[in-house]
Design a protein around this ligand. Structure first.
Ligand code: HEC
Ligand code: HEC
Length: 473
């Protein structure tokens, strides 16, 4: 029944588009345009051929995605507050919780960030003048009430007390520009929060029994593991394989990567788990403990992922009417793809040296073989065996493909403390490079490649490559 209408009107829609692009301002064309657009308006399927339909939809979806990225807990407050009782540690005994409570100074010290745009002007003035009491947990509760703590939502009871807390993507993948004071400023979505000590924050929770049961270790061990992560790190694979420490005894946690500059990049995460939207569903369900659906039968491999396999993490199911994640994935996906890697301020790097480094990057230093300009990763299947980049396999072996993903390098300056200091920005607490931060500076990275690939770069050439890396966006 519907076929004849579909075929006819899509032909009209196509000729409309062709005319529109060929003959701007021509009378004949615009008369045809008007006739065509009337015909187009007749069916909703053909509406998709109008020039603004897709752009309008994308713009609306990106706005929606931003809201989700910043504010949606996916119902995970039933885990962070409901099960772990994290909100009780935040409010402290004085307000009906436990312990001393989390003062704003402690919260900022743990790397939590405050959105200055969410603050009324008197609060902003008090902060700017040093008049806000940063040692009183009551002020943390006030900030939560204003929805000003980035990535954390407080759920308040009708009597005003804190009933629960949930977390959002923005917790780990946003920071602020410190415009009001250190840790308080305008949001920078997509930037890795390399100050955030998420392990220490989770370790504040009074009840860690869900992790005790899952990992099969005692409460003090869970807390020791969480506290071993340090700022800027999180271990997404711990709940899959239970490996908290590497063979060398160091924490198995990885750095939090940026969530910008990802459009055009095929595989994501340090070890190439999948697409952006695969990982979003993974994180929202398994790590944030939102309420949704997740399918990944690779997690059934009990040798590689004993905990995930035993707990059916590759087969998370929920009644679709109660699913708070799946419907949000499309907009969330679009939003992340829309976050461009930020351009460095001019002061962050030496332009003349960077221009020389550009030549080396695709020449003598061979970087462009993998970090292909201007995507900065391979167009295509962007994974490598650990031996190809001269490092150990520990983290690669914690992912299905047992490989490392070529890091997209746009905006890498945002976690180079040399570049940040040169640009007048506060340094971040964890400025390392590679998945585990093994290289402390970009020069250490270049020295590594120089050795592994026998590049024979001299000191000046290495510095030029470093300056070029800082310029990428
Ligand atoms: C508790 C901190 C934390 C939260 C919350 C979090 N992430 Fe992540 N995210 C990470 C870490 C750590 C990785 C790296 C994981 C790995 O490689 O094993 C990562 C990886 C990613 C990547 C891959 C980036 C790349 O370079 O390819 C994307 C995209 C991403 N997260 C988006 C999100 C979204 C969207 C949410 C919310 C649904 C979210 N994350 C919530 C810590 C977090
Ligand atoms: C064989 C492919 C390959 C070549 C060639 C290569 N890289 Fe990489 N690069 C990678 C992979 C894979 C990673 C991810 C390593 C990890 O996660 O531990 C990486 C990571 C990096 C990082 C860390 C990014 C971050 O966010 O921590 C930098 C910086 C970098 N490479 C720069 C370079 C430079 C400079 C060159 C040339 C001297 C180069 N790479 C050559 C594959 C390559």
């Amino acid at each position: 029944m519907h076929w004849p209408r579909f075929v006819v009107s899509s032909v009209i829609a196509m000729s409309f588009l062709l005319i529109g692009s060929r003959a701007v301002g021509s009378r004949a064309a615009s008369a045809q345009d008007a006739a065509a657009s009337q015909a187009v308006a007749a069916t909703s399927i053909a509406d998709t051929g109008t020039s603004s339909f897709i752009i309008d939809h994308a713009t609306a979806a990106i706005r929606k995605g931003r809201q989700i990225f910043r504010f949606d807990t996916f119902g995970d407050e039933s885990f962070w507050g409901g099960a772990l009782k994290l909100h009780q540690a935040i409010e402290g005994a004085r307000f009906g919780g436990v312990g001393a409570g989390l003062s704003p100074r402690m919260a900022l010290g743990l790397g939590l960030k405050v959105d200055s745009n969410a603050l009324p002007s008197d609060v902003k003035a008090a902060i700017a003048n040093g008049k806000l009491n940063l040692d009183d947990p009551a002020n943390t509760l006030a900030l939560l009430k204003l929805n000003a703590v980035i990535g954390v939502t407080g759920f308040f009871r009708s009597n005003g007390s804190l009933g629960s807390v949930g977390i959002q993507c923005a917790l780990c993948h946003s920071t602020v520009d410190d415009s009001l004071t250190a840790g308080i400023g305008r949001r920078l979505d997509g930037w890795a929060n390399r100050d955030l000590n998420i392990g220490a924050i989770v370790a504040l929770a009074p009840n860690l029994s869900p992790f005790v049961q899952l990992l099969g270790v005692d409460d003090p061990t869970v807390r020791r593991v969480l506290r071993s992560w340090g700022p800027g790190r999180f271990d997404a694979e711990l709940i899959l394989d239970g490996k908290a420490f590497r063979p060398d005894g160091k924490s198995a946690a990885t750095l939090i990567p940026p969530a910008f500059g990802l459009a055009g990049v095929n595989l994501h995460t340090w070890t190439g788990w999948g697409s952006v939207t695969h990982w979003n569903a993974f994180v929202a369900n398994l790590e944030m403990h939102g309420k949704g659906t997740f399918f990944d039968p690779r997690l059934d491999n009990a040798d590689q992922f004993p905990i995930a396999a035993a707990n059916g993490f590759g087969h998370v199911r929920i009644d679709p009417d109660k699913d708070l994640i799946t419907s949000k994935l499309p907009a969330l996906h679009l939003y992340q793809l829309a976050i461009d890697a930020p351009k460095p301020p001019a002061a962050a790097f030496d332009a003349a040296a960077a221009a020389r480094g550009d030549q080396l990057f695709s020449g003598k230093a061979k970087c462009n073989q993998c970090h292909v300009e201007p995507l900065w990763t391979e167009p295509g299947w962007n994974l490598h065996k650990p031996s190809e980049i001269g490092i150990d396999a520990f983290q690669a072996n914690r992912a299905p493909d047992r490989r490392y993903r070529t890091s997209p390098l746009g905006g890498v300056w945002t976690h180079s403390n040399d570049a940040r200091r040169a640009a007048g920005l506060n340094p971040v607490k964890e400025a390392g490079f590679y998945h585990d931060g093994r290289f402390r500076t970009l020069l250490d990275v270049v020295n590594h490649y120089n050795d592994v690939f026998d590049l024979a770069l001299n000191g000046g050439e290495k510095r030029d490559v470093v300056e070029y890396l800082k310029s990428l966006h």
